[in-house]
Design a protein around this ligand. Structure first.
Ligand code: FES
Length: 180
């Protein structure tokens, strides 16, 4: 079976993997240098949130405080912005967030089997993150690719291969991502 290297490239292109994630959550982490370039910019808080997501894959609690100071807002207001948009999250997650669709069409096409295979390969259960911070595994609802059910996404990129190749494709794909 030819492996879809194009898919891996698409996922990697949409992902900014960096080393600073290990600093996230440390009480002394200074997020100001990352926020500063956006402070005077119109809509800068959104750009600053994107920058934090690229660097840490989530918005750490102390970053909310630093954002509030930088943009002269309350922490509740900053949290309101961060939680309004689905592409920001304040929940710690891995560099690659894998979501298996469990809505009816995917459920009927063995979404459970896809999830079990991913759980086995990653050694975690749905809702967990691998110890190295690389992968988070979650359920999701319909991602609009029902014709290709069952579907899972990696950092929002839908993986829509025929279901009979999942068992071969998933280990190969994860291996590619582990190396990046
Ligand atoms: S039901 Fe799974 S993509 Fe729509």
């Amino acid at each position: 079976m030819p492996f879809d290297h194009f898919l891996t490239r698409r996922i990697l292109k949409s992902t900014y993997v960096c080393e600073v994630k290990i600093l996230a959550g440390e009480a002394g982490t200074d997020y100001k240098p990352l926020i500063e370039p956006y402070r005077q910019m119109r809509g800068g808080i959104i750009e600053a949130l994107h920058a934090l997501m690229r660097a840490y894959h989530f918005i750490p609690p102390k970053a909310l405080k630093d954002l509030a100071k930088a943009f002269r807002m309350t922490e509740a207001e900053v949290y309101g912005v961060a939680s309004f948009y689905s592409y920001f999250t304040t929940k710690e997650q891995g560099a690659y967030v894998i979501r298996v669709c469990r809505s009816a069409p995917c459920h009927l096409e063995n979404a459970q089997g896809v999830m079990e295979l991913l759980e086995k390969e990653l050694g975690i259960h749905a809702g967990q993150t691998t110890e190295d911070g690389k992968f988070t595994l979650e359920w999701t609802e319909c991602v609009g690719q029902c014709a290709h059910a069952p579907v899972y996404t990696i950092n929002r990129e839908p993986v829509t291969e025929p279901k009979n190749v999942f068992s071969e494709q998933i280990p190969l794909l994860l291996e590619q991502l582990r190396q990046n």
